[in-house]
Write a protein that binds this ligand. Sequence first.
Ligand code: NA7
Length: 287
Amino acid sequence: MKVAFLGLGIMGRPMAANLVKAGHEVSVWNRTHGKTVEGATSAATPAHAARNAEVVWMCVSDTAAVENVLFGESGVEQSLRPGMIVADSSTISPASTLEFAKRVRAKGADYVDSPVTGSKIGAEAGQLIFIAGGAEDTITRLQPLFSAMGKQVLHMGDTGKGQSAKIAANLMIAMIYEGFAEGLTLAQKLGVDPERLVGLVQASMIRSGVVDYKAPFVLKRDYSPNFPLRLMHKDIHLVLDAAQQLGLKLPGIGAVEHVYEESVRAGHADDDYAATLAVIEKWAGTE
Ligand code: NA7
């Protein structure tokens, strides 16, 4: 298929590379020049990348970035034609997704929200899980592209439900990790060896994919970014905004937000979100 891929960050670059590897004709664009993908052509603007594309795939930071790519100066909107599909793998506001989809559909194209889970390692290995929202037949048309970049597509419902499920999922990830970080800090303060504590977690019902993934990095205090803390912080704000709009009380994630706030202040924004442990340890005096 002819694909325009917009946003070559930690996630987008390997995703676009996997599309090329699978034989698709890919045109890429990135806000900051100089990021390229071997085998893909580089376009000067989103509109230019999208000009001959059947599918426009986005993976950029946040809601404002998606709005800019779609509707900003030289945005995708200028190149939309009936029959095209816009797919968004950024994690953004479900409410804004509905507005963006409406504007895209006004041009005769269709829109699928398809945020991902699997982090950098999943993106590089073509093992992402897509959390999709949109029409069944449109999602079916995207299947060859999903298969090139991921291992599974979970269809959560109509437009916006992919983003809604994704922010709910990230609420859980942030809280599971925070539970692990606090448990680890308490155990260490009480004199328990961290590796033995991880052994207990893995042998018991506490076990989780989050801890399986993070523990080897955490035991070495390796906070190099697989999923940058600033992006998880953004997702926590998406959760809190949605909760406010719905009049929901979610006290746990509010407390976790405070830890992220402190982590950003302490200079960990570009580290992995596992670095929230550094703040908990600083408070505990176990750095
Ligand atoms: P990164 O590595 O921070 O990459 C973010 C990408 O978004 C990168 O290509 C940025 O371009 C681009 N970006 C950021 N702001 C804008 C604006 N305003 N306009 C256009 N493009 C922009 O993030 P990840 O790849 O880890 O994650 C991407 C998404 O997936 C995010 O929503 C995660 O939560 C999930 P740059 O190179 O900085 O010019």
